[in-house]
Write a protein that binds this ligand. Structure first.
Ligand code: ZN
Length: 384
């Protein structure tokens, strides 16, 4: 990737793993963060510097769960559409992302996985998330129930082979017969086993964590609700302190729920995701998610027919802003949930996920209202 962009970024608040530098500065060199510090920069900030007065500098967002955006999609359509989706989200601050697939026939999943692996080789995406096909029919949400498949280690192996090392996560319903074997196979091969679209009891979920589940796919959405006598998957996943995705778009979860998750999940376990589909950034209308038709009205995507919420139309800058300005998370906690924790989970912590010397110059700048103004990816400013 070309390296062009500001050499020095000065901002009112620079959020680092060791605290907020107010004001602070970052020196970017060769696509990396060469140095950073508190106070005025030791050399003149580049001419864009003044625009960042009052701004927050955060590490570039990392979205572990996104299906599409800007009219393009990872789940259906051609490679050009997948590139469009990645570019759309990059312009909204997502400097790294997993491309999420939805349940589809095995052959179609293998083909799409191989296509996305090509894009990962190029650095367009940073890996693949299989959301399915081993999911619960009663909690399948916007997943196509016709294509759900019983957990099958051999099929998991074929999909993993098609991904050529880029399969990073698989969402699975642990209560299905054979699920624990797939969970063990995933964990043993370095693929994050995530519980989601599940009707499991708390007990079964706890067994799944013991077998290797280490992540919750959009906690509370697409799973048996938390009851005080049967805490279900949500209760067990919080109790076992796995990393927990939340769609903080103001639609999928009440803000109180997000605050409770932020506390209960424990430090370093909250993960902000978009779960966005192709309609993100587009006007209301009819779109597709896999083989299913989705109607978007007032920005809320619902499955045509059942009315189930079908992914979101959110972007990472929107969910980060919602998490700070509406949920009330402190900015460093939002930065951890939107970047540092997903980087750690994806094995990218030595490359990105924080504003620290030596890491990739992946930086987002947000104004005093926490609105995104500038995205820098690997040292280059991303065109808006
Ligand atoms: Zn999803």
């Amino acid at each position: 990737m070309t390296v062009s962009g500001p050499a020095v970024v000065a901002a009112e608040h620079v959020v680092t793993p060791d605290g907020v530098l107010s004001p602070g500065w970052l020196r970017l060199e060769g696509g990396r963060i060469a140095a950073l510090g508190e106070g005025a920069p030791p050399e003149a900030a580049d001419r864009r510097g003044p625009a960042y007065q009052g701004h927050w500098a955060l590490p570039g967002f990392i979205d572990m769960h996104v299906h599409g955006g800007g009219g393009g999609s990872f789940t259906e359509g051609d490679q050009a559409g997948a590139r469009r989706a990645a570019a759309f989200h990059r312009a909204h601050g997502t400097t790294r992302m997993l491309a999420s697939l939805v349940t589809a026939p095995a052959g179609a999943l293998e083909r799409r996985t191989a296509m996305l692996a090509d894009l990962a080789d190029e650095g367009v995406i940073d890996g693949i998330h299989l959301e399915g096909p081993f999911l619960s029919a009663v909690r399948c949400g916007a997943q196509d129930p016709r294509h759900l498949i019983a957990p099958d280690v051999a099929l998991f192996g074929r999909l993993r082979a098609a991904a050529r090392g880029w399969l990073r996560m698989i969402t699975i319903a642990p209560e299905l017969p054979g699920a624990l074997d797939v969970i063990r196979a995933a964990a043993a091969s370095g693929v994050i086993a995530a519980a989601g679209h599940t009707d499991a009891s708390a007990e079964v979920t706890a067994e799944a964590v013991a077998a290797g589940v280490s992540h919750a796919t959009h906690l509370f959405n697409g799973m048996r609700p938390l009851g005080h006598r049967e805490p279900g998957p949500a209760g067990a996943l919080l109790d076992r302190q796995v990393s927990c995705e939340v769609v903080a778009d103001g639609t999928h979860l009440h803000d109180v729920t997000i605050r409770l998750v932020a506390r209960a999940a424990g430090p370093g376990n909250l993960v902000l995701i978009t779960d966005a589909m192709a309609a993100a950034g587009m006007s209301d209308g009819t779109y597709r998610l896999g083989d299913l038709a989705v109607t978007v009205a007032a920005g809320v995507a619902r499955l045509a027919g059942t009315g189930a919420i079908a992914g979101s139309t959110a972007t990472m800058d929107q969910v980060a802003r919602h998490a700070v300005t509406s949920v009330g998370l402190p900015a460093p906690d939002a930065a951890a949930a939107a970047s540092t924790t997903p980087a750690r989970r994806l094995g990218l912590a030595a490359q990105t996920g924080a504003l620290a010397s030596g890491l990739s110059a992946d930086v987002v700048l947000l104004d005093e209202d926490f609105r995104l103004t500038t995205v820098i990816a690997r040292g280059a400013v991303v065109p808006a």
